[in-house]
Design a protein around this ligand. Structure first.
Ligand SMILES: Nc1ncnc2c1ncn2[C@@H]1O[C@H](COP(=O)(O)OP(=O)(O)O)[C@@H](O)[C@H]1O
Ligand SMILES: [Mg+2]
Length: 449
């Protein structure tokens, strides 16, 4: 089936379409301007001839009126003149001009005199090669002055100009088409390189980058933007992979421990303290369930992308007081009324994670304080965290060595959950030196009551 030209056109490459479109527009513009040029030139040249013919005719008329005509009439620029009397007979002519037949018949003479215009005439019947331009003016006593000049030369010049344009215009169009074909090809080359780079990325290794052209143009910006995107995607993928491998790793040891305890118990059933086995298995199960909960909490935070689960007015002081009830030994020194917006459950989890850490590391006491400006601090007097690790511990699955040696420690997700929850609530969390010990400082934006 024959496809429509439009479909065919759309299927052509950008380079072809741009070149053809540019050439077509140029061809149209050049053809138009050539036509205008030729017609204006023609008009201007003929006007000049008409004007000088008119002047010549007037000069002869003045002579005729004054009865001062010479025989033959002399003109300086080769103008042919015939003077007719009232009866239409030729009385005076320029040298070499027909004395018998007037250049214009009576009707045409009358029309020219009436309209005051010039006319074209074939000169051949009067033994003049080529076309003539003729004017007529009337003089006293019914006389008529006819003046004529051959315009063959003008037409030859116009013809030459037309021929030059006819050959030159297509040449120019072809030149432009070739130039734009080459230039567009050059422009599109980096894009082709980008495409090749992209197909290589999908077919081979992930950590590839697109080729960035040296020029500082749009293609360069496109390439760098795409490379940034690739870097971010790669980073996200790596994070995801690391998370999965860390999580699997964390799952492995409690599962192995459960398995070992059960295998030992079942292998030596005699004298087995099942109570002890059950307690050990329960402890590992608790670790597993804590891990699962933490992973779920992080997944939810990731899913929501930095927005709290709920955005309700929360009386933070009440949340803090209720949460602290389960810690007998931890002291709540200040608890000013504070209202924030967010999710009460998430905020209480922040506090639990921080207090759990403090209780685990402290040597004597833990102090929790909430001030009216929305600053919540959890202070312990344990070993603290060295300056260089205070940011790092917020990363997922990051435990410091001292933390790893303690059995009761979690998987290193607690502070990550704290930071991401606080961030989702528009706040910040930092760790400071409490000399001795560590102070966790949570700053939340206070919402007016
Ligand atoms: N109050 C603290 N004093 C000393 N070290 C702490 C304290 N809180 C946290 N850390 C350190 O930061 C690490 C990360 O804490 P966290 O993210 O809560 O993980 P986890 O509690 O599961 O170990 C802990 O392993 C511990 O080494
Ligand atoms: Mg913790």
């Amino acid at each position: 089936m024959a496809e429509s030209p439009l479909v065919w056109w759309r299927r052509q490459g950008l380079r072809f379409r741009l070149s053809v479109a540019a050439a077509a527009v140029l061809a149209l513009a050049l053809a138009l301007s050539a036509t205008v040029l030729l017609s204006v030139l023609d008009r201007a040249l003929i006007d000049t001839v008409d004007e000088s013919l008119g002047r010549q005719a007037q000069t002869v008329r003045v002579q005729a009126d004054g009865n001062a005509l010479t025989t033959p009439i002399t003109t300086h620029d080769g103008t042919i003149v015939q003077v007719l009397d009232a009866r239409g007979r030729i009385t005076h002519v320029t040298f070499g001009t027909d004395r018998l037949v007037p250049l214009l018949d009576a009707r045409t003479r009358a029309r020219l005199l009436r309209e005051g215009t010039a006319t074209d005439l074939d000169g051949r019947p009067y033994a003049i090669p080529g076309p003539l331009r003729v004017v007529a003016v009337s003089a006293d006593r019914g006389q008529t002055v006819i003046a004529a000049r051959p315009i063959g030369e003008i037409q030859t010049s116009l013809g030459t100009a037309a021929r030059v344009l006819l050959v030159g215009t297509p040449l120019l169009v072809v030149l432009l088409a070739v130039a734009s074909w080459l230039m567009i090809g050059r422009t599109l080359r980096p894009i082709a390189a980008l495409r090749r780079g992209a197909s290589e990325i999908t077919h081979t290794a992930r950590s590839r980058r697109l080729p960035v052209p040296a020029s500082r143009d749009e293609v360069h910006h496109l390439a760098t933007t795409l490379n940034d995107m690739l870097a971010r995607l790669e980073e996200a993928e790596q994070r995801q992979r690391a998370l999965v491998s860390d999580a699997s790793h964390e799952l492995r040891s409690p599962l192995a421990s459960i398995r070992l305890q059960l295998e030992v118990a079942l292998g030596h059933p005699d004298g087995q303290d099942w109570q002890e086995t059950a307690e050990g298995v329960l402890e590992d199960t608790m670790r597993l369930s804590r891990l699962a909960e933490d992973l779920l909490a992080l997944a939810r935070l990731d899913e929501r992308g930095g927005v709290p689960a709920r955005s309700e007015p929360v009386h933070l002081d009440e949340v803090v007081r209720q949460t602290m009830e389960r810690y007998g030994e931890a002291g709540l020194s200040v608890c000013d009324p504070v209202q924030v917006r967010g999710d009460a459950l998430d905020l209480s989890r922040v506090l639990i994670n921080l207090v759990d850490n403090a209780v685990r590391h402290t040597s004597s006491k833990v102090d929790v304080a909430l001030t009216a400006d929305g600053v919540l601090t959890v202070t312990d007097d344990g070993p603290g965290i060295p300056e260089q690790d205070r940011e790092r511990v917020f990363n997922r699955f990051t435990r410091l060595d001292s933390g790893r040696s303690r059995d009761e420690g979690g998987a290193g997700l607690g502070l990550a959950i704290v930071r991401e929850t606080v961030r989702a609530h528009g706040g910040t969390v930092t760790l400071e030196d409490a000399c001795p010990g560590l102070r966790a400082v949570v700053r939340l934006p206070v919402s007016p009551t």
